[in-house]
Design a protein around this ligand. Structure first.
Ligand code: 3PG
Ligand code: MG
Length: 462
């Protein structure tokens, strides 16, 4: 704790390099672990092979991609509603095709739990990929076995084959070694471009790499994987300051590790989303029917305390958009009652007993936007409210606009940590106005927490 205090005393006046150097020093027992993990991972990644280091001509490249895309049923057909994850792999595919590799793509879709769930087939993805790539993409309705081997072995240089959902087998999620061996039968080289699934130690993300490496084969990162690690990792190591972190989402418990780690790096942290109500509760303010985690009041207060010690500005909402939930009498697909909200308005003080908070209010949005406009580096993870409902989207949209403006007008570097914040930006049509949007959800969160991703760790060192 003594070291925390020393750093706090210096942090205001310190120059950037000095501050950085110190920010890598352990602050407490927990910080120590995090700092070491981070250091280790950073050094490790810089030393990992990428496809730039390979020559795959004539080789069978087993390429793990994250094509876990949203689908909707239309006239009995499954239709892809967002193909970002497919598009983002095109540079890797094109580079490997140009090198003359024979590409065998594996992916998962949804959580079929070991069953052949037809609505989770990757067949529609093969079609979309062929369109985007402008060349044929073969498809086999399995990911292991004779048919796969025959098709893979008949590929010519530059050909592309997509295999069926690996999660049709339970052994995938169990990282079953025998299953990994079966997958690896068609792999001369292993490439992982599935950043979004790199936090999973599954057979296709981790096990196959080990099999290939044991045989003396190479395991490399794809260009998307490289980009994700650069922006979520390296770029945030030495952020241009001020570095403003915007964190939202439903739960403090989901974000506390990220908060804890980013407190060591950020100048300001802005809190929004339902998570903010747990902070309010911790301060003894009434939160009505808002989503809160009473068990995490202590967690919230400890984060604020740590911020104070480190000299990090920690901002909470000062107004909130509330609504009164009413039962519509209808049930949703899962048989749960569908709620509507009435008497929607903005309040500054206590949330009434019959109401629920759904977004940061106008005053908070304006204050956050002003802070964001002064930032040189921005990291955003988690929406400021229930943006899916237009009545509660204004706060999230204001933050999205502020992030886009800071990027476009002030040259700030803006990094969007995946999941719902990416959806919110795209919904506001601002997706192309930021520096980088991650394709990962859980993976980007774990990476930002400083965890080692098994899918990265399994790749060959340079
Ligand atoms: C995702 O969509 O977050 C990734 O594809 C991982 O999927 P999972 O959470 O089902 O493992
Ligand atoms: Mg997920």
């Amino acid at each position: 704790m003594a070291r925390c205090a020393v750093r706090a005393a210096f942090s205001g006046a310190m120059d950037v390099s000095r501050r950085l150097e110190i920010s890598f020093r352990p602050l407490d027992a927990d910080g120590d672990g995090a700092a070491r993990r981070l250091y280790h991972e950073r050094i490790c990644f810089m030393a990992k092979l990428t496809i730039r280091d390979l020559n795959v001509r004539g080789k069978r490249v087993f390429l793990r991609v994250d094509y876990n895309v949203p689908l909707e049923e239309k006239d009995g057909q499954m239709v892809i509603t967002d193909d970002t994850r497919i598009k983002e792999t095109l540079p890797t595919l094109k580079a490997l095709i140009e090198q003359g590799g024979r590409l065998i793509l594996t992916a998962h879709l949804g959580r079929p739990k070991g069953k052949r769930e037809p609505s989770m087939s990757l067949r529609p993805v093969a079609e979309r990929l062929a369109n985007l790539l402008g060349r044929p993409v073969a498809f086999v309705d399995d990911c292991i076995g004779e048919k796969v081997e025959k098709t893979a072995n008949a590929l010519k240089d530059g050909d592309v084959l997509l295999l069926e959902n690996v999660r049709y087998y339970n052994e995938e999620e169990k990282n079953d070694p025998a299953f990994a061996e079966k997958l690896a039968k068609v792999a001369d080289v292993y490439v992982n471009d599935a950043f979004g699934a790199a936090h999973r130690a599954h057979a296709s993300t981790e096990g196959v790499a080990r099999v290939v490496a044991k045989r003396g084969g190479k395991c490399a990162a794809g260009l998307l994987m490289e980009r994700e690690l650069k922006f979520l990792g390296d770029e945030l190591e030495k952020p241009a300051r001020p570095f403003v972190v915007i964190l939202g989402g439903a739960k403090v418990s989901d974000k506390i590790k990220v908060i804890d780690r980013l407190l060591e790096k950020a100048d300001t942290i802005l809190i929004g989303g339902a998570m903010a109500y747990t902070f309010q509760l911790a301060h003894g303010k009434p939160v009505g029917k808002s989503l809160v985690e009473p068990d995490h009041k202590g967690t919230a207060l400890a984060a604020e305390e740590k911020a104070k010690k480190l000299g990090v500005k920690f901002e909470l909402p000062t107004d909130v958009v509330v609504g009164k939930p009413v039962d519509t009498g209808k049930l949703n697909k899962k048989g749960k009652p569908v709620m509507d909200f009435v008497n929607i308005h903005t309040i500054k003080d206590a949330i009434p007993d019959d109401s629920e908070g759904f977004s940061i209010g106008e005053e908070t949005s304006a204050r956050y936007a002003k802070i964001i406009s002064g930032a040189k580096t921005i990291l955003w993870n988690g929406p400021m409210g229930m943006f899916e409902d237009a009545r509660f989207a204004a706060g999230t949209n204001a933050v999205a606009q502020a992030v886009a403006d800071a990027t476009q007008k002030n040259g700030a570097k803006s990094i969007i940590g995946g999941g719902d914040s990416v959806k919110a930006l795209n919904k506001a049509k601002l997706g192309d106005k930021v520096t980088f949007m991650s394709t990962g959800g859980g993976a980007s969160l774990e990476f930002l927490e400083g965890a080692v991703l098994p899918g990265v760790a399994a790749l060959s060192d340079k």
